[in-house]
Design a protein around this ligand. Structure first.
Ligand SMILES: Nc1ncnc2c1ncn2[C@@H]1O[C@H](COP(=O)(O)OP(=O)(O)OP(=O)(O)O)[C@@H](O)[C@H]1O
Ligand SMILES: [Mg+2]
Length: 376
């Protein structure tokens, strides 16, 4: 028998067995792909976008009619990096021995690339030298047109898409839009966590991508569904876990995917899980992370840090500039707080939650929030 897998992964995607719910989102994604509609997938960090993309790709592969390409552009700084990452993702998907892989290598050869292999993963890496900007643009068009010409339906997911807003090329959106629009066989998922940036790209009428995609806002997994999933995984692993323990996990992590997974991952090695055990693990986790939190404190100004601690104490605040909140924690005037709030949002230390009932604010990292609540 192989080594037992911890059924609560905290990074990467294993398989649907370890993936909770998201049925609604999977259905929307499938409907979009079947109808040739591109999707913009938005959620706060660590809510489960990348997991959902991989789960969806697994579903498409089971259906059999699709090829999938996943590109993470987090590390990209410009159009050349984007092209490089896209080309590497295509090579990974279509190995050189397959007919499509062969014709892709032929296309690449025309671009005079230099190939290397990642020393750790062994995956191919490409370096392309360009003579001019227009050569670059042409290469991007060729790559996308190549995918469209394969008599296959292809779904391309571009993760961390907000990154393109930082590229020095001011025409990146227009270029992509122009090359994507004529494609018949390829649909796209644009995914990211910077809501403001993505909304500007996709829903501002002056921008090239205006109204060209359907939005999915990924929120926390339904609490009851998540609880059933957690109970089931512990029981299958022959663990004993009581209802109070599961409730404690869900409320302490606010049912926020990464944080819930992290605590469950730590609890899984124990055969019997009680609320005392859960509390002890939560405590240990905060202690282990303490040096990181202290480092955050060094990186923020005193006023920013005080504001973060006040917000943590309240857990979630709707009226951020109300005199009640500002006076309770002696945070200063609304005008001085505004700059602090904007900068903390920009640093992804504070999360803005937009809902029909109004916008509320909370500390982005749930564990940091719990730690701040404890020490202040
Ligand atoms: N539906 C799910 N069921 C169980 N675990 C999940 C689910 N979705 C995501 N996860 C897990 O939660 C963690 C965070 O998910 P993921 O990396 O997909 O988030 P993300 O939104 O892409 O984050 P980021 O914006 O930082 O890239 C991962 O460990 C992943 O395995
Ligand atoms: Mg991700």
């Amino acid at each position: 028998m192989g080594k037992e897998i911890n059924p609560f992964p905290v990074k990467g995607y294993i398989s649907k067995e370890y993936f909770c719910d998201r049925e609604k989102e999977l259905n929307v994604l499938l409907r979009n792909v079947q109808n040739g509609v591109n999707t913009t997938l938005i959620s706060p960090r660590r809510m489960g976008k990348t997991g959902l993309i991989f789960r969806f790709f697994e579903m498409l592969i089971d259906l059999g009619d699709y090829k999938t390409v996943y590109v993470d552009i987090y590390s990209s700084r410009n159009l050349s990096d984007f092209i490089k990452l896209l080309a590497e993702a295509i090579i990974q998907k279509f190995p050189s021995k397959t007919p499509i892989g062969k014709s892709f290598w032929n296309l690449l050869k025309g671009l005079r690339p230099v190939f290397t292999f990642d020393a750790f993963t062994g995956s191919p890496q490409i370096k392309i030298s360009y003579q001019s900007e227009s050569e670059k643009e042409q290469t991007l068009q060729q790559l996308l047109a190549f995918l469209d010409g394969q008599k296959l339906l292809v779904v391309v997911a571009i993760d961390e898409f907000q990154q393109i807003a930082n590229y020095p090329e001011s025409n990146m959106e227009a270029l992509l839009r122009t090359y994507i629009q004529p494609l018949k066989q390829v649909t796209f998922i644009f995914s990211g966590s910077r809501r403001h940036t993505l909304m500007e790209i996709f829903s501002s009428s002056s921008r090239p991508f205006y109204s060209s995609t359907q939005f999915i806002n990924l929120e926390a997994i339904d609490c009851d569904v998540y609880k059933t999933f957690i109970r089931d995984k512990f029981e299958r692993g022959k663990r004993v876990i009581d209802e109070d323990s599961i409730n404690f996990v869900m409320s302490w992590t606010k049912g926020y995917t990464f944080y819930t997974q992290s605590i469950c991952n730590r609890l899984y090695p124990f055969k019997k899980i009680t609320p005392e055990r859960v509390k002890a693990e939560c405590n240990d986790l905060l202690l282990e992370n303490e040096s990181v939190y202290l480092q955050y404190r060094n990186l923020l100004t005193q006023k920013q840090w005080n504001f973060l601690a006040a917000l943590a104490k309240e857990e979630s605040v709707t009226l951020l500039y109300s005199s009640e909140f500002l006076m309770k924690y002696r945070l200063g005037s609304p005008s001085s707080v505004q700059g602090i709030v904007n900068s903390l949002i920009d640093k992804e230390m504070i999360r803005e939650q937009i809902a029909s009932g109004g916008t509320s604010y909370c500390v982005y990292d749930v564990f940091l929030m719990r730690w701040l609540q404890r020490i202040y």
